[in-house]
Design a protein around this ligand. Structure first.
Ligand code: AR6
Length: 181
């Protein structure tokens, strides 16, 4: 299978995902918040927060894994994305590091399928088109070099976000697809 066929962009609520593992757009405390973080903790139940309290927080661009509790997902990988400060504070490298750190952990845990939200593009203010480019470069290059996780989805919360991700994917990768085996 071409590595490009292992990736897709969907619209939905990541807390309801049927993937084996979902990613949480967290903050460095790992103790919850709004947006994706709130939806995941709400659906997972209080045991998720109890496990998060044992983790000692997480640095921006890194990732930590927990069980999924009441979620359909077996695992949650929590990653604090960068706060957008205009683009000159290393945000792109940190955001790419979030995606790579999550994918490396998923590979270590032998995860078959993982769903990502659009990290940093809500409360943390990262502009969607720039974030999409960073996210897609990081995900597609990991898939090209690794057999696991087998399937990766980007779960967008709105039609507008999905349109931006699809437009960006096509601009970056559509030309390569015809030669991909
Ligand atoms: N499913 C999928 N995507 C969603 C969902 C959902 N249920 N809810 C929102 N989005 P955000 P961040 C989209 O703010 O920018 C929290 O308080 C949303 O439209 O969840 O990384 C944490 O505790 C946006 O495009 O994450 C941190 O303090 C994207 O997910 C901080 O917010 C990310 O929005 C993290 O901010």
């Amino acid at each position: 299978m071409c590595f490009m066929d292992r990736f897709s962009i969907v619209i939905g609520d990541i807390a309801q995902s049927d993937a084996e593992c979902i990613v949480n757009a967290a903050n460095c405390s790992l103790l919850g918040g709004s947006g994706v973080d709130g939806a995941i903790h709400h659906a997972a139940g209080p045991e998720l927060l109890a496990e998060c309290r044992t983790l000692g927080g997480c640095e921006t661009g890194q990732a930590k894994i927990t069980r999924g509790y009441n979620l359909k997902a077996k695992y949650v990988i929590h990653t604090p994305g960068p706060v957008w400060q205009g683009g000159g504070a290393g945000e792109a490298a940190l955001l790419a590091s979030c995606y790579r750190s999550c994918l490396r952990l998923a590979e270590q845990y032998n995860v078959a399928s993982i769903d990502f939200p659009s990290i940093s593009t809500g409360v943390f203010g990262y502009p969607l088109p720039q974030a999409a480019s960073v996210a897609l470069h990081a995900i597609m290059s990991f898939l090209n070099e690794h057999d696991h996780p087998q399937y990766v989805r980007m779960v967008c919360h709105s039609q507008n976000a999905a349109d931006i991700y699809r437009y960006t994917w096509n601009a970056l990768f559509a030309d390569d697809k015809s030669s991909c085996l």
